[in-house]
Design a protein around this ligand. Sequence first.
Ligand SMILES: Cc1ncc(COP(=O)(O)O)c(C=O)c1O
Ligand SMILES: Nc1ccccc1C(=O)C[C@H](N)C(=O)O
Length: 463
Amino acid sequence: MASSLQTKPTFPENAATKEYAASLDAADPLRAFRDKFIIPSKANIASKKLAKPGLSPEPCIYFCGNSLGIQPKATVKYIEAQLDTWSSIGVAGHFTDLEDSPLRQWQLLSEQAAASMSKLVGAAPEEVAAMGTLTANLHILLASFYKPTATRHKILMDWKAFPSDHYAIESHIAWHGFDPKQSMVLIGPDEGDYEISTQKILSYIDQHAEDAALILLPGIQYYTGQWFDMPKITEHAHSRNLVVGWDLAHAYANVDVKLHDWNVDFAAWCTYKYGNAGPGAIGGIFVHERHGVVDYSEGEDAPKFRHRLTGWYAGDRSVRFKMDNKFKPIPGAGGFQLSNPSAIDLTALCAALSVFDETSIAEIRKKSVLITAYLEHLLLKDTSDETRPFQIITPSNPNFRGAQLSLLLKPGYLGKVSQRLQDAAIVCDKREPDVVRVAPAPLYNTFTEVLNFVEEFKAALAS
Ligand SMILES: Cc1ncc(COP(=O)(O)O)c(C=O)c1O
Ligand SMILES: Nc1ccccc1C(=O)C[C@H](N)C(=O)O
């Protein structure tokens, strides 16, 4: 659910012409950003050889930023700077800010990343930490936030959670000695539907107000692309005393969430999709400021703080290197870190964030609403629900979706559609047995690419 309500864009009669698509590209305030990315070339994606980017000038059409975002040009520059830091000053890199480097000393690098990430998720910098990976972070957060009791032990989640989330929740429940069959409550759409109504989620919360400890949903559902009404669900779950966590894998750097204002308890995300930080890149967490408080009212040596699994990097930098085993957590999300993070991983993240720092999530979202609506308009144009051999299972209301549209094909179509797209060097994701997910990324995709995609897609369906 959008933080600023979006009305659905409309398009003129000539929407499906090259001229019209070009006019949208020309008017796109973010058009200069495309050049900040390395778009895989047609030749490279077809070849099985390791090739330098740019050897062949013709780019593919990359609509797979919901799985893995493409590489920013800044990444090489940033990684080189980091390798130079390491090779030139060795261990001093931990505590030295070099004048001409875009990167802070390694001790401060996660804070550099968190400061930029916090702007993308509507949080204060202290509420965000760059650390770990998504599934591991969910475990760390569940360890602190899932406190089951004999009567309140259930976790509400979605029926088609990404398997890693499903396993993580299942294992946490079992770890506490409960039976996942009893304690995992899966919320799905009504029979024959794909969208889960907010009302249905709220009614599950009511139904489980006495026996559920926590609700953990994806901000955006990976399969259908539905963006859940995060503020409403969070507020309602709180009114029933549930802890609220969000998996923002598909929402981070895609939609304009407001984690602080929505009063979310915790969230975690990966940064390799719309965030472009690279395959398996370091992830992010959010912990609301009220949970990150460190209270010294009982003395400097007796801090009180929310229980969590700890490691030395959660310790305040003022005491981290004292080696006296007196743990004083960093206030905020930083106090949930464990280990010395990989500086190379953080560097790739900072490189990607340097691109996002040049714009804002509000600007990105504005283009996203338009380009995805354009995609939807062209897909549906001049056809009817009865004759179309596919169905868009993503909500049509822009307030309930991000960049992605999920296209459910009639049985038997997926093979020829993916072959045709592959032949046309269009990269998007297919989910067996019959879904194609298409995600125009506002920073590097164009309206002309959307038009080209739809032409190929429709030609494949007709062939
Ligand atoms: C919703 C969701 N959860 C978890 C994952 C996996 O997370 P990771 O492998 O980064 O732990 C993904 C994507 O791979 C995802 O989309
Ligand atoms: N990390 C991966 C590794 C290999 C293949 C895919 C992924 C994905 O991230 C998939 C993604 N979660 C998705 O929703 O498509």
